[in-house]
Design a protein around this ligand. Structure first.
Ligand code: SF4
Ligand code: SF4
Length: 105
């Protein structure tokens, strides 16, 4: 399930700094879906040294209980979402779709 992050011009250290500095803000209410544990967002912009993959190929963070807020909340809003595909998406008007944040605890 290891997917490479899509590399576009938003995948920069500046973008990572911005995610870090804004990570105290709430996750967008428009976010729906759940994390697929592909690990792509753990390689923005370079692969994190704490990223591991289990036998099934799912991403597993070596420091999961202590990982920073920007990891817990990614993608916090549509603007910061760089990796595609991702289990999360953003919909302004879907009132009935289940909103989840099940990999942010
Ligand atoms: S948040 Fe998205 S990109 Fe990151 S591991 Fe989960 S599914 Fe993959
Ligand atoms: S600290 Fe963990 S969750 Fe954050 S980028 Fe590294 S491996 Fe991913």
């Amino acid at each position: 399930m290891n997917m490479e992050a899509s590399r576009d011009d938003r995948n920069t250290w500046g973008a990572k700094l911005k995610r870090t500095l804004t990570s105290f803000l709430p996750v967008s209410a428009d976010r729906v879906g759940s994390c697929l544990r592909c690990g792509a967002c753990c390689s923005l912009p370079n692969r994190c040294p704490f990223l591991r993959f289990d036998k099934e190929g799912f991403a597993a963070c070596l420091i999961r209980p202590f990982r920073p807020l920007n990891c817990r909340k990614y993608p916090r809003d549509k603007e910061e979402q760089i990796c595609h595909p991702c289990g999360y998406s953003f919909h302004n008007n879907l009132k009935n779709e289940k909103k989840t944040a099940d990999y942010t605890d």
